[in-house]
Design a protein around this ligand. Structure first.
Ligand code: FES
Length: 112
């Protein structure tokens, strides 16, 4: 369960919940949100369900700021949300790590 900390943000807990180099799905206000933790320490947050056929992106392969969907291998940019087609783009969320805690912005960033 997410802990609402301040207006517009939610604390999702320790960054250790997200294995290095992988993603983890959080349920926030009824929405599945994938948080990714790249091996270089960068973190990203996107909608969890793939716009193609609802594959769980948090179980995809992560690298170079991109995630590969585990179902049909479509590739998405975790920063911009851009996918292989204009109609296949992701909602992206502002996310950061403060004192080892994941802080998620509730408003989505620009959608591709
Ligand atoms: S469900 Fe993600 S590429 Fe098909």
């Amino acid at each position: 369960m997410a802990d609402v900390k301040a207006a517009g943000t939610v604390t999702l807990g320790s960054v250790e919940k997200v294995p290095l180099g992988q993603g983890f799905c959080f349920l926030v206000a009824g929405e599945e949100i994938a948080v990714f933790r790249q091996r270089d320490g960068a973190v990203f947050a996107t909608q969890n369900r793939c716009p193609h056929r609802q594959g769980p992106l948090s179980e995809g392969v992560l690298g170079a700021g991109k995630v590969i969907c585990p179902l049909h291998a479509h590739v998405f940019d975790c920063r911009s949300g851009a996918g292989p087609k204009p109609e296949e783009c992701l909602k992206v969320y502002p996310v950061s790590v403060v004192d080892g805690q994941i802080i998620l912005g509730l408003g989505t960033g620009p959608r591709c």
